[in-house]
Design a protein around this ligand. Structure first.
Ligand code: SF4
Length: 426
């Protein structure tokens, strides 16, 4: 995602240019009939696909959040589905989830990861959380990783005790030092949450099993911030790794901080971060950059949204319904819903994921834009996340809105790797 825009091919430029004029001409809100036709075509094509292997099951154990991040795709990007969900999974839903996951583990021969998510998953409360973690460990194979992605504010001794007992890891969402974090990660009164998040991280770091419990932090990139300051902050924090995320946004709702589809603010930021990272003799692990460098040198990636590896992801919402990846909610209201209503109360996960509709949803990961299909950086970029490819009235057949940033970063990365490894000519 770095480098120079000189890497953009004629076809890329034409695609981006088209994106701008199409955006100006199209409507908003709901997908148009041509998009629906395109989705039907995907379903038809998907009839020939084999049943997918599920890599990750994401459990929305609480539908509300104790804070109100300004950029949050769940609450602040137009979708209102969360309001009709139960606030927390009930005991009956937790039991149905565990039963479904136990059945899934018997039906596929590969382990899958379980991620507790929200809203804020710790709003489930430590009693129900302990019940869920204990049941998951009892009924799932020992090699299924279980993790919690949390803002950290509600971390308590009881929660850490349950996580330690059941070998469950925690990732903390924090964007950087106080001025950076507090710009967007605020509570429902608009007050910055930095100090409260740091208190949670301190509890985690001070736990006797912190080395096993604390897997890393997840940070949304602020291109207005100084990458050197962000890197130093996370290193001093002692985070085992950092996972940087692009901001949500698409061709019809440009991500905050991105001036146009051709601008490269995020690519410039990540390129600078790459330089800092490569010059550090004792670096903190940055999964996004590690994955892209591995891909650039011909290996495979582990992160959704880069490279061409496909990931089977299932979301189970707070009422037990089986959904698409909920980041799609930022494209339009209800974008995470299947036409069929599946639920762990009435269906097995295996039956839901074996359908053409689910296969069509997974097929979205494969970019179909003409520019991506002929792009020289396709194997590293992969076309980006589906959520970032959407354009109102045109669906997902577009390069990511971060295409220019990706080309900037990949170009820079390629130059750096050639310098570091002179014999290697990726
Ligand atoms: S593969 Fe990535 S860099 Fe290439 S055209 Fe598609 S979005 Fe742009």
């Amino acid at each position: 995602m770095t480098g120079s825009t000189t890497g953009i091919t004629a076809a890329d430029k034409s695609e981006n240019g088209g994106a701008k004029s199409d955006r100006e001409a199209c409507g908003h809100d709901a997908p148009g009939s041509s998009v629906m036709e395109s989705q039907r075509a995907r379903v038809a094509r998907a009839r020939t696909l084999a049943a997918p292997i599920i890599d990750t099951v994401l459990l929305k154990v609480a539908s509300r959040c104790n804070i109100n991040c300004r950029y949050c795709y769940v609450y602040n990007m137009g979708d209102t589905g969360w309001a009709s969900q139960p606030k927390r999974m009930t005991r009956a839903t937790l039991e149905a989830v565990v039963q479904s996951l136990a059945d899934l583990s018997r039906s596929q021969d590969r382990a899958f990861a379980v991620v507790l998510h929200g809203g804020e998953p710790l709003l489930l409360g430590h009693v129900k959380l302990a019940f869920l973690l204990s049941a998951l460990r009892e009924y799932l194979p020992a090699n299924c990783p279980i993790s919690i992605q949390t803002n950290g504010i509600l971390i308590s001794d009881e929660i850490l005790g349950a996580c330690s007992e059941h070998r469950v890891t925690l990732g903390i969402s924090i964007d950087g030092p106080k001025p950076v974090h507090d710009r967007f990660r605020v509570d429902h009164q608009g007050v910055g949450t930095f100090k409260r998040v740091l208190n949670g991280i301190d509890k985690l770091r001070n736990h006797p099993d912190s080395n096993q419990l604390f897997t890393g932090v997840l940070a949304v990139i602020d291109p207005a911030s100084d990458p050197r300051q962000i890197y130093s902050f996370f290193k001093e924090l002692g985070a085992p790794s950092v996972d940087f995320l692009y901001r949500d946004g698409d061709h019809s709702r440009l991500p905050r901080g991105k001036e146009s589809v051709r601008s490269t603010e995020f690519g410039e930021w990540l390129s600078e971060l790459l330089d800092i990272y490569l010059s550090d003799t004792d670096p903190i692990r940055i999964r996004l950059l590690d994955d892209m460098m591995k891909l650039l040198m011909g290996s495979s990636g582990t992160k959704e949204g880069v490279g061409t590896t496909e990931f089977g992801i299932v979301i189970i919402d707070t009422d037990g319904s089986i959904r698409k990846n909920d980041t799609l909610k930022s494209n339009y209201d209800g974008a995470d819903l299947f036409e069929r209503q599946w639920s762990v109360h009435t269906h097995s996960i295996e039956s839901a994921v074996s359908t053409p509709e689910f296969a069509a949803y997974l097929a979205l990961q494969r970019p179909s834009a003409a520019a991506c299909r002929i792009c020289p950086e396709f194997s590293v970029c992969g076309g980006g996340m589906p959520v970032n490819r959407w354009r109102d009235g045109h669906g997902y057949d577009n390069p990511t809105v971060y295409c220019a940033d990706q080309l900037r970063l990949i170009g820079h990365m390629r130059n750096r790797i050639c310098t570091l490894v002179p014999a290697h000519r990726p």
